[in-house]
Design a protein around this ligand. Sequence first.
Ligand code: NDP
Length: 272
Amino acid sequence: MLDSYAVIGNPISHSKSPLIHTAFSQQTNQSMQYDAILGPLDGFQAAVEKFRQQGGKGLNVTVPFKLEAYRLITHLTERASIAQAVNTLKFENNEILGDNTDGAGLVRDIEWNLDTPIAGKRILLMGAGGAARGVILPLLQQKPSVLVIANRTLHKARALQQQFTSYGNITSGNMMSFSNENFDIIINATSASLQDALPGLPAHVFMDNSLTYDMMYRHEPTPFLKFAQQNGAQRIADGVGMLVEQAAESFFLWRGIRPQTKPVIALLKSQI
Ligand code: NDP
């Protein structure tokens, strides 16, 4: 029997995870299958339990269940514990290990695929939701000179600053607080692009050689990436690389093998 994995979310039909993990398993000759499960909004825990009882080995967890998954686990990795959100579950004996691979995926995409070391850099992270929370610790662990959290609702950015202050040089404000400063790496972790909107960042933050990154992805540059280009940013990237890299990190947790990500990023880009 093949080892069984899946992604669970609601909605789920848009998920690229089955495509990514099927490509990884073929590339590394793993005997496994990977499916998509539509989790009932009022029945996440029961759906996880059913999958586990049927012999499932692990799950990726996506919107809206990342916080609920955090409450199900028996063991947590440090990064999931600090993020207080889980996107990967591993079932072993009677235990459920929870991990959060989003931050590692982002860091790997920026440093390896986009060839941009984080150490010593000034980073602006926009957003204070689940995605931002998951990437703060992995970013700080790379020792940027400063990590600035900017969020539309100021108190949420302040709360994250307080929570992570012992892990590195971190500060916070709203979108206009840093209009006289510029940054080496600017990351959009808001969901503004999902609404076809701009997050409200002033135009002066971009430099010629800044890397501007939007965690969202689609077939053309997001409004935010277009805005960055119009204001001088020459290096832009969307979240496809992060998506594939966080999946590779989950795959490594489950199978102990690191798949090659570049061919899978290219495959995904050709399909979006
Ligand atoms: P959340 O709903 O948890 O948080 C949304 C954040 O966006 C909040 O900080 C909110 O600000 C801000 N926001 C929403 N609309 C606007 C707007 N119009 N202008 C300014 N700020 C706005 O979402 P997530 O953190 O889970 O997801 C954020 C994005 O990251 C999504 O686009 C998601 O697709 C992407 N993502 C990509 C991943 C990848 O692998 N590539 C992985 C995970 C997420 P406020 O607090 O003021 O409401």
